[in-house]
Design a protein around this ligand. Structure first.
Ligand SMILES: [Zn+2]
Length: 420
């Protein structure tokens, strides 16, 4: 449900009155230039795609003013949106922001230059806030490479700009240096810790504002969590060190999940999800590992699961990979182990008659892409199948699923330790 809580949502007539820009259902017109909607939440202008959410309410069209301002700036206006005063104002950009990988690819650098060089930085748990005197206005969000930086949120005020840097899955610490009018943030690549106890990360998919698939009155996020907690319990009882990416109903970004796993020095990563299909008869557990080659059916599953990424970075075309594809050698070497882990879980599920044998599957899941260890994604079953949804929600069936996953993990660990 849509509620106009924040006054950054403006009607088209308010926008026209203050900026002169005409916003329509399918385009934005400003000074004879046209930006066209390419989806419900983004417009294209000058070969670039900008997020611009719109909503109808009471017969009026509303758009996000903070998202519109950077588009108008690109179209030749000097409009900024003051996040504090909640109004448009005219100004001149005086802040430069550049980020990218440094030489060897082991470091990533953010450079912010501002007249007068007045900076303030605040370190957060997962982020770094840089506030600077002056106006930027160019973008509302800047997407990073996913490894070092997932995205940078830009908040504009009347006289200052706030950059909120959200780190990526392989951020391994950073330094901040100021010289004259330039602030440089140098981010190092994570070197994973080694742990001597077998450490497994169990990742209950979705959570909080991201419910995942919904079907037959059940929410995927609840089933994922219930099963994940049961898997963790079984493995802990057997002496494994187990980390959960979430222990309750909360939103955790895909990058944060991957980073948590990478930092912990874990040996295995198992993401737990439920599937959905237009075919209401589809049923059974499926085990996936990361791959770029996909059949159309496997791609459909990947798109479904990756939709969570939209909550992270505002807008991406669902079938477009974020950042570079896995060109990383490390990840390629992990593919074989991921395949073996998937196979082991799949066989365990077969033994317990939780699925038909359709083999292990490959798909391009973002959450697996950033994880630096053998990793798989388990689709427990189809929430869109009435009988299976009911089973998925029952604690006894959840225990069977958890047992199958835990035994698959154990079997894989035995194989690895058996030394081949
Ligand atoms: Zn899911």
């Amino acid at each position: 449900m849509f509620v106009l809580l924040l006054s950054r949502w403006l009607t088209t007539s308010e926008i026209r009155r203050t900026t002169g820009a005409k916003v329509y259902e399918n385009r934005v017109v400003y000074r004879g230039k046209v930006a066209r909607y390419v989806s419900g939440g983004a417009v294209s202008y000058g070969g670039r795609v900008f997020p611009l959410q719109k909503r109808w309410k009471g017969g009026k069209l509303y758009v996000r003013a903070d998202q519109l301002a950077p588009i108008l700036l690109q179209m030749g206006g000097n409009w900024f949106w003051d996040a504090e005063g909640k109004r448009f104002f005219k100004g001149k950009p005086t802040v430069r922001f550049v980020m990218g990988r440094m030489g060897d690819g082991e470091r990533y650098v953010i450079t912010i230059t501002a007249k007068g060089g007045k900076f303030r930085t605040i370190k957060g748990e997962d982020s770094l806030v840089v506030e600077v005197k002056g106006l930027y206005g160019k973008f509302w969000k800047i997407v990073g490479d996913g490894d070092f930086v997932s995205y940078v949120k830009v908040v504009q005020f009347r006289k200052r700009t706030r950059f909120v840097v959200h780190f990526g899955a392989r951020e391994g610490g950073y330094t901040v240096r100021k010289r004259g009018e330039t602030l440089r943030v140098v981010i190092r690549k994570l070197v994973p810790k080694k742990s001597d106890r077998i450490t497994v990360v169990i990742d209950p998919g979705h959570g909080g504002r991201d419910a995942g698939a919904i079907g037959n009155g059940y929410r995927e996020k609840d089933i994922n969590l219930a099963v994940a907690l049961k898997v963790a319990k079984i493995l802990r009882a057997k002496g494994y060190r187990v980390l959960l990416t979430r222990k309750d109903d909360r939103y955790v970004s895909l990058y944060a999940r991957a980073r948590m796993a990478n930092r912990s020095g874990a040996h295995l990563f198992v993401s737990i999800h439920c599937n959905a299909s237009r075919d209401r008869r589809a049923s059974g557990m499926e085990t996936y590992f990361l791959s770029e080659s996909r059949t159309s059916e496997e791609r459909a599953v990947a798109i479904l699961e990756n939709s969570a990424i939209r909550y992270d970075i505002g807008y991406v075309k669902p079938d477009e990979p974020v950042g570079a594809i896995i060109g990383d050698l490390l990840q390629n070497l992990l593919l074989e182990q991921s395949y073996r882990l998937a196979l082991s879980i799949h066989r365990s599920a077969l033994k317990m008659a939780l699925t038909k044998d359709r083999g292990v599957r490959q798909a391009g899941f973002y959450v697996l892409k950033w994880v630096m260890m053998p990793s798989v994604l388990v689709e427990l079953g189809f929430i869109t199948n009435r009988r299976e949804a009911k089973r998925l929600a029952s604690p006894s069936y959840q225990r069977r699923l958890a047992k199958a996953i835990a035994e698959g993990i154990e079997e894989y660990v035995r194989q690895q330790q058996g030394g081949k």
